[in-house]
Design a protein around this ligand. Structure first.
Ligand SMILES: N[C@@H](CCC(=O)N[C@@H](CS)C(=O)NCC(=O)O)C(=O)O
Length: 280
């Protein structure tokens, strides 16, 4: 592992690290914000998953989360959005291939070789963070758009692994929208049954009988240019209602899909996760 950036921020440090990922078979970068508390105590960790076209840089430079992470004593880890490198498969267009890993484990050639972002985020990255930094094993997860889909899916697929989950403008039903259909056909193949395990609405329905349901928190801008075509939060609202799954949808008038929206409410999300992470 090698540190490639460090910046003092709000009394703590914003760093970027590079390492070889055995899950993805390539070198990866991730951002990590270490709050002042991390100098003398283990801190819980919030994982942030970014959206299409992003690297680890977008969230750490645009969201302004460091101020709130410092206040609450939470480490924030922001991975890249796909495997990377000249030896890694890629495609034309911003919504498939590098920058568009969709936080799943691909089963189809040529993607299956490297595209295992679910396992990377769920297992390899926390193992690394908890071994090398002053991080406890208390974890929460959040993300934006494709990363909001990733956060919801990771939390729903792995009960007990995360203390809380939230999302900004998530793709809640990838099986039913163009971004998700394009990615799932490429990464998972034509069998739509195999897609269900990567779709938040389907996972909510599948867990309807579970006694232990992690509440879902979603913030959605009403002026989001992708709201009615790609995001469709009403589908998750309906699935949660049918399955009696606790769900909070906050519709924010006037806000679009950008990081200006995320920066406006990230403080509320960090506080929400910090409260869940502090619970005994
Ligand atoms: N149509 C857009 C789609 C990409 C997009 O809106 N990406 C969002 C996530 S889905 C984002 O976070 N972009 C990077 C940024 O705003 O910093 C494009 O042409 O780039």
């Amino acid at each position: 592992m090698k540190k490639v950036q460090e910046h003092a921020s709000h009394g703590g440090m914003q760093e970027v690290w590079q390492h070889h990922s055995h899950t993805l078979g390539c070198d990866m970068r991730f951002g990590i914000y270490l709050p002042p508390h991390a100098v003398h105590a283990q801190c819980p960790v919030l994982y942030w998953l970014s959206g299409l076209t992003c690297t680890e840089q977008n969230f750490i430079t645009k969201a302004g989360a460091q101020r709130y992470a410092a206040e609450h004593g939470v480490i924030v880890v922001a991975p890249d959005t796909s495997p990377r490198g000249v030896a890694v498969a890629d495609a034309e267009g911003y919504d498939l291939g590098q920058g568009a890993g969709f936080y799943l484990n691909a089963t189809q050639a040529p993607w299956a070789e490297n595209y295992r972002m679910h396992d990377y985020v769920e297992r390899e990255l926390p193992d690394l963070v908890e071994a090398h930094f002053s991080a406890s094993n208390r974890r929460s997860i959040s993300g934006h758009s494709m990363g909001g889909h990733g956060a919801l899916v990771l939390a729903l697929r792995n009960p007990g692994r995360y203390h809380s989950v939230s999302a900004f403008s998530p793709i809640v039903a990838p099986m039913q929208v163009p971004w998700g259909e394009k990615a799932f056909i490429a990464y998972l193949g034509d069998d739509r049954d195999a897609w269900r395990q990567w779709d938040a609405c389907e996972l909510v329905r599948a867990a309807a009988d579970s006694a232990n349901k992690l509440p879902l928190l979603v913030d959605q801008g009403e002026a989001d240019e992708f709201l009615d075509t790609q995001l469709r939060p009403e589908l998750l609202e309906a699935a949660c209602r049918q399955s009696a799954h606790p769900f909070t949808l906050r519709r924010r008038a006037g806000y679009d899909h950008s990081y200006y929206f995320i920066a406006s409410f990230i403080g509320e999300h960090v506080a929400y996760h910090a409260a869940a992470l502090a619970d005994r």
